[in-house]
Design a protein around this ligand. Sequence first.
Ligand SMILES: Nc1ncnc2c1ncn2[C@@H]1O[C@H](COP(=O)(O)OP(=O)(O)OP(=O)(O)O)[C@@H](O)[C@H]1O
Length: 341
Amino acid sequence: MITIKGLSKVFQSRDHQVKAVDNLDLTIEKGEIFGVIGYSGAGKSTFIRLLNRLEEPSGGQVTIENQEITGLSKKALRLTRQEIGMIFQHFHLLWSRTVKDNIAFPLEIAGMPKEERHARVQELIELVGLSGRENAYPSQLSGGQKQRVGIARALANNPKVLLCDEATSALDPETTDSILDLLVDINKKLGLTIILITHEMHVIRKICHRVAVMEDGKVVEQGDVLDVFLHPEKPVTRKFVDQVMGDTEQAHSLELIHQNYASGKILKLHFVGENTNQALITELARNFTVDINILHGKITQTQKGAYGTLIVHVTGDSEETDRAIAYIKETSVEVEVNPNA
Ligand SMILES: Nc1ncnc2c1ncn2[C@@H]1O[C@H](COP(=O)(O)OP(=O)(O)OP(=O)(O)O)[C@@H](O)[C@H]1O
């Protein structure tokens, strides 16, 4: 478990102070993929760099599995950093070393004997899917392959936690997905705790179990990814959810829907987890004498199951419509009945 208490970082420039991280408290469970999302300037990079003290905190504590990182001497910190792997947006590889020598680098520093090192590097190359590219130089690799080298190097000393600093931001969407798949795979295979920062909700949706939203150096909202998707509280969180669900477009089409459907009721159904798979609409049509028109919908997958919304127009006898709505409410699908309809 990782506990962060009252963590702060104040940067002092000539004429003013910037509280990049402002009295932040968080608990991250062992083995989870925890995402921190925020816009540029929210303090994400500073936050993640405080965890391994690439940035020295102005105040507060970071404890990783009972070891207080913030209380370590510089010498002890050097050793402990071997237990905290990190990957970066621009990979930070050594350009004059081959793939295998880049991966071997942290093992050399840790003093691992040559033969053991060789075997470990081979194992890591297979783990990250780089077999056959051992002797290539970074300049001969694609962005995705470079990040795979970064991941292998970060995992070399069997860290307790992997920190990912915008690790997919420099990659195209397809490569991003393959790197995210690799991170999920590693999390499952090794039970490794992963903390990532990003400005893309797609990354959170695809791989995180829990998420914290940062704004002005503070965590303004946090929770299970599905809960945050379903009930975003703060405007900044809603904006991020809209990145994936396209709600602005939905709001616009809702206005049109009102104009076009004067009678009946417009329902907005939220599906979570298992319920996305059930044939609710078919059941409604079979069991109630109502007509149902699907007007708009989107379902997306997260690590904790599926999440989606569906806007439907229901017409029929008003009592029968109410019964159908009551039936929907009995399932755990959430339903909002549009008040204007
Ligand atoms: N070394 C520094 N000196 C002074 N101010 C800094 C320093 N590093 C960061 N800041 C300031 O701290 C705030 C948070 O920056 P940070 O880079 O952590 O945000 P971020 O959310 O990671 O944004 P980005 O994705 O743009 O890097 C910003 O106002 C930034 O200008």
